[in-house]
Design a binder for this molecule. Sequence first.
Ligand SMILES: [Cu+2]
Length: 415
Amino acid sequence: MLDILVLTTVVLSQCAKVEIHKEWRELTAVEQNNFLKAVVCLRTLPNKTTASRGFPQPRTRWEDFVSSHSRAAGVMHNTAQFLPWHRVMLGLFDKALREECNYLDTLPYWDWSIDSEAPEKSVIWKDFGSTGCISTPVLGNLTAFFPNEHCVRRNSNMMNRGSVFSPEQIGLILANPGYNEFRVALESNPHNLGHSLVGGDMGSTVLSPNDPIFFMHHRNIDRLWAKWQKANPSVAFSYSGNASPRSTANDARPTDVMNFFGLTRNTAVSNALDSKSGRLSGLMCFDYSDSITPNSANLLQKRDRHAATQGKYNTSTPSIEDRSNLWNLRPPQQIPTEFLKNWMYNDQQIADIRKREQEIAKFTEFLNTMPLVFQTSLEQLDKGARFGWRSKTAEEAQADDRLTRTLVQAFKAQQ
Ligand SMILES: [Cu+2]
């Protein structure tokens, strides 16, 4: 009898179907267009949540999400809740696109590590608009009413030559063994860098979800959490760290309740730790694809390429602005102090972020001494632009991840 009961519980909490989130470039042109149309739809539908305590009434369904995020911003950024809170918000956003705007696919992610060596070259800007006031043929002119009427903007410097995290550099973040260290590193460095790179609305905790790229950036952050969970099965669904911002207490508990300010019922963190648990009425029934690689496979080893000309390979680390070195990796650009202060980081936390930036720069130099072709070298990005992209196979992804782990271990061993 007990066995049957246990079995029933297990079956009930499983997913009928696990939805796979794909990288933007894995979508067909028709699917991409459907997504953009669903974005326009959600920005047109009327709001379902209401005003309260100093926050204006959202005017559209889209702004329900902006408003909820902005009201929760002070408690779920810079705290342990950062990952589960955004995971639930993204699930609700995905559900709204599908149930209210007839979107048939899942919310795609933007794997910016593909564009890490020259983010200004990303195709994403062609599809989602570039700098200044955002405007594209499908999206039209993006206007926001939250918290007051303005055009949704991006930083005019975004198209300057910069750099973000490559998959190998992300490997250093993924190597953190505990939830808290991993969450702090992921949120403070790659997550903040994405917001700071795009700038404009994305540069502000209050305004960032006005920009559609917010949801695809956070889908990617959530993907990295899911990736860390898969790589660390014994602690996959663990949860720890600080419950309130800028605190060093380890007082966060899986029973802590996350507040969504009317977007959905407030719920315990424990319901959002496993993306395949079936919890939250099936909201937790998803996983991620293995991202993309250029259509052209034919890779020359860096060693081979240089052997033909110089008899040796180039081990130098190119500057962030360099666009002539096609094979070596750039360190991710620095997050401006002003940005971090706006996002309420204190001096100690900013010092920790700088320390991490230095470690990543050192790791990058180490990587560049290796006779390897990196998965997202500038040459690869150019190839993708020329020949298009395809989904990475599970075997390719495993091989890349294995190599990254080996490189991280080798780097740590020599420190
Ligand atoms: Cu956020």
